[in-house]
Design a protein around this ligand. Sequence first.
Ligand SMILES: Cc1cn([C@H]2C[C@H](O)[C@@H](COP(=O)(O)OP(=O)(O)O[C@H]3O[C@H](C)C(=O)[C@H](O)[C@H]3O)O2)c(=O)[nH]c1=O
Length: 186
Amino acid sequence: MKVEKLAIPEVVLVTPPRFGDNRGFFSETYNAQRFGAEAGITLPFLQDNHSFSRQRGVVRGLHCQLAPHEQGKLVRCSKGAIYDVAVDARVGSPTYGKWVGAELTGDNWAQLWVPPGFLHGFCTLTDDVEVLYKCTDVWNKDAERSVLWNDPDIAIDWPIKPDEAVLSDKDKVAQPFSAAHGWFSV
Ligand SMILES: Cc1cn([C@H]2C[C@H](O)[C@@H](COP(=O)(O)OP(=O)(O)O[C@H]3O[C@H](C)C(=O)[C@H](O)[C@H]3O)O2)c(=O)[nH]c1=O
């Protein structure tokens, strides 16, 4: 299994093997022992999510849940392609306010580990995108927060133009990153 540390060391890009044969392929997309021993992803997962986005340019995020309902997320794209982003929102972290991104596709089979204390979001790079992700805590609507996807203080270098973005009503009125100060700490 390939494991790559990114510019923020706690965010990890993991690519499990995919075994092809004349029928198609098989892949262990998650294995607690292996992901723990090889990638340091040891938190238990309590919820699996699956989202479908029908067109390129859909932006979902930047989202998190406040403590004590914060979620770590192990994100993968089984069909199409996304640019997946994690933003460090932990006060006291040397990478506070910094972001890292990775292209996750049904072809490269890569997964991004977004630890608790990070904002998470992605934009779709193709039509008909399926994103599946494991969460370390269950959904808590009251604890949910949204930060503006293109907040200038974070300045994420998204691979889509602002006028291409397809947002939910909730994400259209998301908060500035400055409002997130104090949500999490190291
Ligand atoms: C997150 C969530 C939502 N819902 C319901 C609530 C709404 O009726 C509907 C769509 O929710 P929302 O518009 O928040 O979905 P996304 O914009 O894809 O939100 C997700 O986007 C980014 C990428 C994330 O990291 C989070 O997991 C999550 O916030 O699903 C549930 O029933 N359970 C859930 O865990």
